[in-house]
Ligand binder design. Structure first.
Ligand SMILES: [Zn+2]
Length: 307
């Protein structure tokens, strides 16, 4: 069986957008890989993430382990606190069309990444809809057409967010961590938008964990690909498009040597949606993951489809 890998690239910050995205485009072009980019297009309020220090277990330890201040730069750490949060999408409006012209998928990673990540479960549905709609308005102004794919900031989704994605006709979303594509259920309610979960851990989760180095992470990804099932890897424009660009390039080279087939998530979604009746249903559970602060939405065990 040919190993298959989808590269999902989350772009959270102005720096990731303006510097990480062009760097990643170059590396992807060099290895002839098409990927799926998900852009947070609203204000960069990364500085407010500092306040997670006081609220979330594991955040301080993670900041230290991944050397976040060095990684993100002092200015990024001040956006939304000491400095106003600049609008990411408007800072380099030529980039999203360039990504699409290069053959990459371009989807949404929310509007205000920090607000979604920290407050999704407390936002009333109208405010969740506003986050999605503002992102979509910016996307449409940049691209000329609306986005059809969505990846929730911080892998946080809810019945509200999935219901709004369905009402706005999104083709699929990649909001959770899990094993295989599915239809997400929240209690008795099965939501209709296909979910393609991230199946692999991320570099920032494992880096420094029990001495894990970037090259050890590459070996882990390669070993998981040998199992045969398609895998989805989430990378971050701020990490793999920044200080870990060289290691990301090595990962792609080693995948190429092993004849790994790369896919864009949207292409896999269209393939899967040819037979919607075969999609499993699974609950979405809030769980903690090693190396990640706070809770993320995870795929539960498969359930019977409602008749
Ligand atoms: Zn993100």
């Amino acid at each position: 069986m040919v190993p298959r890998l989808g590269i999902k690239i989350d772009v959270d910050t102005l720096e990731g957008f303006c510097q990480g995205v062009p760097a990643l485009m170059e590396v992807l072009a060099h290895h002839e890989v098409k990927a799926s980019f998900f852009l947070a297009l609203g204000p960069d309020h990364s500085g407010r993430a500092i306040f997670r220090l006081f609220r979330q277990r594991g955040f301080l330890e993670k900041m230290w382990r991944t050397r976040a201040p060095a990684l993100y730069g002092f200015k990024t750490m001040c956006y939304g606190t000491l400095l106003p949060g600049p609008k990411i999408g408007l800072a380099a409006p030529h980039l999203p069309p360039q990504l699409a012209a290069a053959g990459h998928e371009v989807g949404l990673h929310g509007y205000n990444h920090v607000r979604w990540h920290d407050h999704l479960y407390n936002l009333p549905p109208a405010k969740v809809a506003r986050e999605i709609d503002q992102a979509q308005e910016t996307y449409t102004s940049l691209m000329g057409t609306p986005a059809y794919s969505f990846a929730a900031p911080g892998w946080q989704c809810s019945l509200s967010s999935r219901t709004i994605l369905a009402a706005r006709n999104f083709l699929y979303a990649s909001d959770t961590r899990g094993a295989v594509p599915y239809l997400p259920a929240f209690g008795d309610t099965v939501t209709p938008v296909l979910e393609i979960p991230t199946t692999l851990p991320t570099l920032d989760e494992l880096l420094g964990f029990h001495g894990c180095r970037a090259q050890d992470f590459t070996s882990l990804v390669l070993s998981r690909l040998e199992r045969g099932a398609p895998q989805v890897l989430t990378i971050h424009a701020e990490m793999e498009g920044g200080p870990f660009l060289g290691e990301f390039s090595r990962l792609l080279a080693r995948c190429r040597e092993r004849r790994v087939e790369f896919f864009r998530l949207a292409d896999w979604a269209r393939e899967l949606l040819r037979e919607p009746a075969s999609l499993p249903v699974a609950q979405v559970n809030c769980q903690r993951l090693p190396g990640r602060a706070g809770y993320v939405s995870c795929q539960g065990s498969p359930e019977a489809r409602p008749s």
